[in-house]
Design a protein around this ligand. Sequence first.
Ligand SMILES: NC(=O)c1ccc[n+]([C@@H]2O[C@H](COP(=O)([O-])OP(=O)(O)OC[C@H]3O[C@@H](n4cnc5c(N)ncnc54)[C@H](O)[C@@H]3O)[C@@H](O)[C@H]2O)c1
Length: 401
Amino acid sequence: MEVAIIGQGYVGLTVANFAAHFYSVCGFDSNENVVSQLNQGKSHIEGVESTLLEKHIKNGAYMATSKGSDISKCEIVIIAVPTPLTKERKPDLSFIESACKTIGENISKPVLVINESTSFPGTLRNFIKPTIEKYSLAQIEHQFAISPERVDPGRTDFNQRNTPRLYSGLTPEATTKTREFYSKFCDNLVEVSSPEVAEAAKLFENTFRQVNIALVNEFAQIAHSLGISVYETLDAANTKPYGFMKFSPSAGVGGHCIPVDPTYLAAVAEEHGAPATFIRRANEVNLEMSEYIVRRVTADNGGNLQGKNVLVVGVAYKPNVADVRETAAELVIQHLRSQGAVVSWHDDVVRNWKGEDSAPLNGADIAVVVTKHDSLDEKKILASAPYVFDTTGKVKGAKGL
Ligand SMILES: NC(=O)c1ccc[n+]([C@@H]2O[C@H](COP(=O)([O-])OP(=O)(O)OC[C@H]3O[C@@H](n4cnc5c(N)ncnc54)[C@H](O)[C@@H]3O)[C@@H](O)[C@H]2O)c1
């Protein structure tokens, strides 16, 4: 069976690499540099080993392409393209629309279309299906299903095989075919009664994290004002064996999911006249953390950062990945600069960001740790500046939340 996966990023390439053990996979991506690297067997995604990619290519089980006509023979097409927010912080379905155009214009026989991109309930039924039909050259009865992706890049204990996968089709036939497709490489498939339930579940999972992270970030500020350790208090609360789940404070939330997906849920809620006040406020609290941290750093340094050399340590949005999308480091740097600080950053995993290279981990007046990769040595961080503020709780001996 031939499978096309539109979008070869974190989600698309991860799924491609598992699926290529069982199917012939065509990875379609609009970025020609990505395609060229992939066809040389070079993976750009943590968790997808280049050696395995090379093996799939040698076996004829994988190829990448930017040519729409290359997907024309596929029987299953998976959509795995970005679903960001617009400048006005509204859902941006333009990447999905363009993926639908590629499918509509290049596939002339009935196939199963599965959406793995995260979006609000109703996207499959009311946007993907009619958009593909709009771009199709003839009237074709495709099947449509959703199976929201849960990959956590960089994670090794949970993968495509052992992470339960939700799925549902617009028709019973689509549901059955979707189950058959994933059952080759996923051991725990969970069918739900409609695509809308699967779409909503994905958004709620990430909203749950966003709201709890905001709560613990607010609590970190309360604990500091009371003169108690937020970490010790959380560990104490965590001794309760039921009804409590520990989240850790931070400089904010980053990545393509948690700062974005809850806004998709809020947008669809408000469109239907339902309140989303909790979700909106959680987003604000997380965004405000960077300013709070800079206020704390400024207060500890005589109330003035003018001309001080500040090194931001770790700019990836989470440890051990090179992903900088929506990273909290960006806002921390902005607030530091607005206080007159001269800011550079160090991150050996990211290496280059916004045209700037990672700076050495030494010689600063102040260091602010936003993300601590496992490879970063605690002692070296402590030696990088006379004053170190740690937002991660992982650098013992530093000032912190
Ligand atoms: N990254 C994650 O951890 C994660 C986890 C679960 C779900 N998701 C969701 O999966 C979707 C994809 O996210 P991602 O992290 O893989 O994004 P990504 O940015 O890593 O990859 C997307 C890829 O799609 C390509 N692309 C964009 N538009 C295209 C088009 N019209 N045709 C072909 N290729 C196109 C880009 O060049 C890029 O390589 C999003 O909806 C995201 O919310 C992401």
